[in-house]
Ligand binder design. Structure first.
Ligand SMILES: [Zn+2]
Length: 93
């Protein structure tokens, strides 16, 4: 998946992502422009139904339903990559 860097417009690549809730996903990106190297994250959520599931989804066997791992102990995101460059980065907390 590619996303334009909000600073320079170059293609960014997904570094990792994680589910924050059943309908919210946090996605971490690295800008591919060597003069920028922006690292940022986005939130994806609020899914909107475009077409109803066949028979309302009621016919899906329980063993074929996917469940999210417990959100009680969220895993921290992986450490940011450190690469030498001309741009100084500040890690958001
Ligand atoms: Zn960039």
């Amino acid at each position: 998946m590619a996303f334009p860097c909000p600073l320079c417009g170059a293609v960014s690549r997904v570094r990792t992502s994680r589910m924050l809730s059943a309908a919210t996903k946090e996605i971490y990106y690295n800008c591919s422009n060597d003069d920028c190297c922006h690292q940022y994250k986005t939130l994806e959520g609020e899914p909107l139904t475009l077409a109803q599931p066949i028979k309302g989804g009621a016919q899906i066997p329980p063993e074929r339903l996917r469940t999210l791992p417990s959100l009680a102990k969220p895993t921290p995101p992986p450490p940011l990559t450190v690469q030498p460059g001309r741009v100084q980065h500040r890690v958001l907390k």
